[in-house]
Design a protein. Sequence first.
Length: 606
Amino acid sequence: MTTDTGHLAGRGAVLRHLMRLTWRTDRAMTVLLAVLMLSQTAAVALTGLSQRWLVDSVGLDAFAGLVAAVAAGAVGYALTAACGRIQANLLVDLSDRVDVKINEEVLTAIATIPTVDHLETPEHLNRLGVLRRGTRALSGSAWRLAEAGATVASVAISVWLLMDVSPLMGLLALLTLPPLWTGRRAQAVLRAARDACAEHLRLERALHKLCVDAGTSQEVRITGAGPVLDEEADRAWTASVRTVYRADLVASCWRLAGWVCFTASYLGALALVLHLVLAGSATLGDLMLVLSLGSRLRSQVRITVDSLGKVSEAGQAVKHYLWLRTYSRESARHGAPAPDTLTDGIRLEKVSFTYPGAAGPALRDIDLTLRPGTTVALVGDNGAGKSTLVNLLTGMHEPTEGSMTVDGVSSAGIAPESWRDRCSGAFQDFVAFELPVRESVAIGAPGDVTSSPDTVADALRRAGADHFVAALPDGGETQLGRVHGGVELSRGQWQRIALARAFVRRDAALMVLDEPTAALDPQAEHDLYERFTDETEGRSDGITVLVTHRFSTVHMANHIVVLDEGRIIEQGSHDTLMARRGRYWKLYTTQARGYALPDSDRTGER
């Protein structure tokens, strides 16, 4: 009971929030829409009364009655036709603007969650997908509820007028119950179907995006994988369509049952009024009133069912919206600011991490100390846990076991935003921001004084990008990316821009370089790291974490950590690990032999 009450309270809070959001978006339009809805409420009653008066006035030489009937009918028609169209147009415009604000709220909540667990968990991604598709229903839910309320009020007025014909006509109010109940059942079936096919739709979009995205379409075309991807996407789409089709069929049966009950009851009411007319207990005008309001009653019930259906559809989005708000609130951390200068460094003790839904941990019992003023290289095969460890260090994930401290303070006690401001990094899967060069680099420290022109120029120099940037048509102001009419760079040049973006924050406490030079040749990578190491050698308050598979670069690190299946199996300096002749020695010598030339080639070269 407590859970249900809390859930209802949560839905009510969201509805009140949406109403306030609508009011703040456009107060004048909100008031106008409310007036139009109230006008529509009276329109049905005026139309029915006019037809009753008109029929009863025929042959009675009652000119005033005819005029009143015609006037009431004209006003009712005008309210129904003109006001209904204006209301519909205004509602679309206002809902569109509210939808933009709701999307901003949702995207802000998603982006400000400290970790990225919600972006890597299928169940969470399904929830977010349903929510993103349901923001439109959310934006109009308050008005749909108001529309349903106005229609119910109109039904009450109609039934009150019908009871003037016979008190038994009050039973017509019960006619609205079967369609409303079965409509609710139908919406429950459809909601379950939409949740069930969320993953299929997400898969279909992802596969088709591979075929049309500029970054992936080249490989898809060369390999001829397009038809295979399309077939897989089609299977996912077909599965979702079948789920929705079956749900639509069941929902239609529920709705049909409700309307059959309504129609049977309505025909019974007409038979009753006809009997009263023949018995002289009612007039032909009364019969016309029942015919008019009865037919309108069907339309009103349909509008109510549709409105409540839209509210129910929004309710599905509300469920996921409430989950996102709760998840965001529970994930939020308000801790102490990160230290301006590292003195003790970063320490991990018995740290393990398991990805949500994974069968086993990606990292196990990690004991590691990263001291200020050092460069630490992470080495290991693919899947050894290097990138996962980087994610823990930067706060993208939190340890599931063990503890991580920064200068003796638990990472859980440090405000995530503060620690992120003290970190910088470049990654193999970097983002190619299609902005002017200077902005694409300065975005590495948004709003920071370090994004001044001189600092950007220095970052470009340190990344080895200054020469090709100087050769661009407008230098640092050159627009990048063909999509926006700019200059397209090579993969290696884009990667150097990404490196410059990492270097623009020079006072970073933690600098992460996770395979950031994969698009560069070995010599260019070696020269870049050598220059970077020389520049940071005198700095004693920062830590650089380097992840690379090229051992010609690794040996420049002060401390080397060898990972295997999520565990640290060796750590130390290059000379120490080579003397141990363990896993690192094997990896290093294997790669060195790969670069060495056979004797025959050496002879020929001479």
